[in-house]
Design a protein around this ligand. Sequence first.
Ligand code: KG4
Ligand code: ZN
Length: 353
Amino acid sequence: MNTVSEEKTAAEPAEPVEILAIESSCDETAAAVVRNGREVLSNIISSQIDLHTLYGGVVPEIASRKHIEKLNPVVEQALKVADRRIEDMDAIAVTAGPGLVGALLVGVAGAKAIAWAAQKPLIGVHHIEGHICANYIEHPDLKPPYLGLVVSGGHTHLFIAEAPTRFRILGRSVDDAAGEAFDKVARAIGLGYPGGPKIDRLSKEGNDRAIVFPKAHVNGSEYDFSFSGLKSAVLNYLNHAAMIGETVNRADLAASFQKAVVDVLCEHTVTAAKANHLTQVAMAGGVSANSTLRAAMEKACREAGLELMVPSPVYCTDNAAMIGAAAYYEYCEGHFSDWSLNAVPNLRLGERL
Ligand code: KG4
Ligand code: ZN
């Protein structure tokens, strides 16, 4: 028996819906024009990574200032590439949370000003919901209910998508998010920021069985994750090697750490999908760009008879096309924001704006 009932989603409008979407929750200023939640007419991303790399991580104050500088040019570029005017848009969507409060405020204030001036409806979007909906862009076959895994810099959630914008959480990280663990371990072995892609690359030269790190399970909690113990095990390994004067093989360490993360993500995902009799699995978020995770999840799902959907890497990390995709489903449900829309830095998955 299926534990989740098939639910009809709100009717999709007969006329095409085109949405200008804005994303500024962390260190990317992005704007996109998306048609019917799937067709990306433009997807402009201005990354601040080079700037924050100098400091070894995102500096919130610098991020906010850069968003102010970049927001208007990025929006103009998104409309130009899509060959649209603001008057052509059916709504203006913006990430309202979770994220860095100052960074979010720039996008929210900008979107409100544009929507007010152009007299367009405003849609506040949940950033994590955006990551999940990135899957609709390239996977027209993805239909709720499905099993979802979001792995980003700030969040690790295993959930059932009961409808395009309704999620039931099964498990989450009880401490560090998966991406945070990648970034912290990368810093500890001197790879710098952002750590995920660097560990991904270095791991290809290493042996993932060289060091056995603890699995990121939580005792007594089948679907939760704990990555801080794993991060501490890596730090202890480095300290011990330094004490006895041993040189650490960084590629082996990166590959072994990555394997410990990937293994637990795959195990929990497959177990949860089977237990809930779901046949489709959708993965999303920055860490889902990881090449080893993508290959391992593909293999684990294939062996379990599950169909896996993952966005192309450009839609895994922060972008505005995913916000436009999520906004389309909010539009279909009639969920619009009023002028009191504000940034909500700690917005939880499933919590409405
Ligand atoms: O989703 P995202 O762009 O921003 C948040 O919403 O947090 O995720 C950023 C996180 C960072 O921790 C980054 O290191 C990680 O995603 N990441 C990766 C890879 N690319 C980005 N982690 C592992 N392997 C990658 N290839
Ligand atoms: Zn994100």
